[in-house]
Design a binder for this molecule. Structure first.
Ligand code: URA
Length: 306
């Protein structure tokens, strides 16, 4: 490799390391300067007051290596629509989610939804994986790089650990587990989703739970637990105790157990001890509900405190 190529490769490796892994546009620019007129019939509806135009997400355009010529002046960053993010997008999401009568409707509606800024940088919309009639619904945070490539939730290293955790209590995607995220699009560089992105996607995951009707929900990680339990408590306080999820459209609250996120467990294997206790509590609840298939019933210690 020539010196210049090695420098460029090192620069790209550095960007990747700090999370800048999406080339959104050829040159850096202010998103606030590129808010186009609303598409006909969208925001201009007199039925809904127009929300104040909001700048787009804090995406990190990848700067050019020094030896690349500047982009032609016509290169305009992909610009957000006027109702991208913000209250108008949340209202759109609520209305669209409420209109979905089946999981297939909801999936189609989410795929067609352009109100979440993360869709601009994601490769694909990640809806769900697993058995739609499974008793257990696992809800994580957001797709990562591998999920974004494959279009399925939890298929990277954290997903492989999640599969092993579920298998330890007799659950799998083919029969007994259904897996999704609170966000359907990958945040660039796997950064934490911000409050606006979560608020925009929340109506979809709530409708998803209502249509899926799980017996038990596992909230994988603090972001999902906080968003769905509507609390600012962290995962250290939330995990390990049964909570009730009140979901619009469901007559009864759904029992929910928050667990450490598998990605956290990969970094902090010592915390697997607590995660195992929480999984045993889920297993115990499923056993009480007679929802653990015999052929999947593993040998478990008897002292699973729920
Ligand atoms: N982390 C998540 O929260 N969800 C995924 O789908 C992958 C990683």
């Amino acid at each position: 490799m020539s010196g210049r190529s090695a420098d460029a490769a090192a620069l790209l490796a550095y960007y990747r390391e700090i999370g800048v892994d999406e080339a959104v546009a050829d040159r850096p620019g202010s998103w606030a300067d590129h808010v186009p007129p609303a598409p006909a019939g969208r925001v201009a509806s007199p039925a809904r007051p127009a929300a104040p135009a909001r700048p787009g997400p804090p995406v990190e355009p990848a700067p050019l290596p020094a030896d690349r010529p500047p982009a032609p002046s016509t290169a305009t960053p992909a610009a957000p629509a006027a109702s991208l993010g913000g209250e108008a997008a949340v209202a759109d999401a609520r209305r669209i989610a409420a209109a979905a009568a089946t999981l297939a409707d909801l999936e189609a509606a989410i795929r067609a939804f352009d109100g979440c800024p993360l869709k601009l940088t994601a490769t694909t919309t990640v809806f769900a994986d697993g058995h739609p009639d499974a008793p257990v619904m696992v809800i994580g945070e957001a797709p990562g790089g591998e999920e974004d490539r494959q279009g399925k939730p939890f298929v990277g290293p954290a997903g492989q650990l999640l599969d092993r955790m579920l298998a330890a209590i007799g659950l799998d995607r083919a029969h007994s587990a259904y897996i999704t995220n609170i966000l359907n699009w990958r945040p660039p560089g796997n950064r934490q989703p911000n409050a606006g992105e979560i608020a925009t996607c929340l109506p979809f995951i709530e409708r998803h739970i209502a249509l899926k009707r799980p017996a038990v929900v596992i909230l994988a990680g603090g972001t999902s637990a906080k968003a769905l339990l509507n609390t600012s408590d962290g995962i250290m306080r939330l995990r390990g105790r049964w909570r009730e999820l009140d979901v619009l459209g469901l007559a009864e609250p759904v029992p929910a157990m928050a667990l450490f996120h598998p990605a956290y467990l990969l970094r902090q294997p010592a915390a697997k001890h607590e995660a195992w206790r929480d999984l045993l509590a889920v297993h115990k609840r499923l056993s009480q509900l007679d929802l653990v298939p015999d052929r999947h019933r593993p040998e478990l210690p008897r002292n699973a405190d729920a």
